[in-house]
Design a protein around this ligand. Structure first.
Ligand code: MN
Length: 134
């Protein structure tokens, strides 16, 4: 069976390492980005089955990146899960209203992290044809 692919956009290297390790241990291919600047073109190239997106990113916030991902027809269907340290009331609604399918608060719970990925990731064979890099 072809592995499902998760693209992670996270500028913090410790979090990026944690998310990548967790995903790989659970059998997912990963495409790791430390900047939002190449997110759209990378998603088009690798056609991940899920995108995990930090909200607090340099250059472009996750809230601003989300409509850019949604505006590209090739990737508009890919579910996006937001990961954020924001703890302010109302942010979750804001994130969901902009089109993220779920919200994970840092520090993440490993169990919630993986169950959320499993819940929202596209089913195997639903369109990903590219070969992912680790
Ligand atoms: Mn960040």
């Amino acid at each position: 069976m072809t592995k499902q692919t998760v693209m992670v956009i996270e500028d913090n290297h410790l979090n990026r390492k944690l998310f990548g390790d967790l995903l790989q241990v659970h059998g997912y291919e990963t495409v790791m980005l430390d900047t939002p600047l190449t997110a759209v073109e990378t998603a088009v190239r690798y056609m991940p089955d899920l995108i995990l997106m930090d909200i607090q990113l340099p250059e472009i916030s996750g809230l601003d990146l989300l409509p850019m991902l949604r505006a590209e027809p090739a990737i508009a269907h890919i579910p996006v899960v937001a990961v954020t340290a924001f703890a302010m009331k109302g942010d979750e609604e804001n994130i969901l209203s902009r089109g993220c399918c779920a919200y994970l608060a840092k520090p993440i719970s490993v169990a919630t992290f993986i169950s959320t990925v499993r819940r929202y990731i596209l089913p195997p064979g639903s369109g990903s044809t590219a070969t992912a890099v680790g």
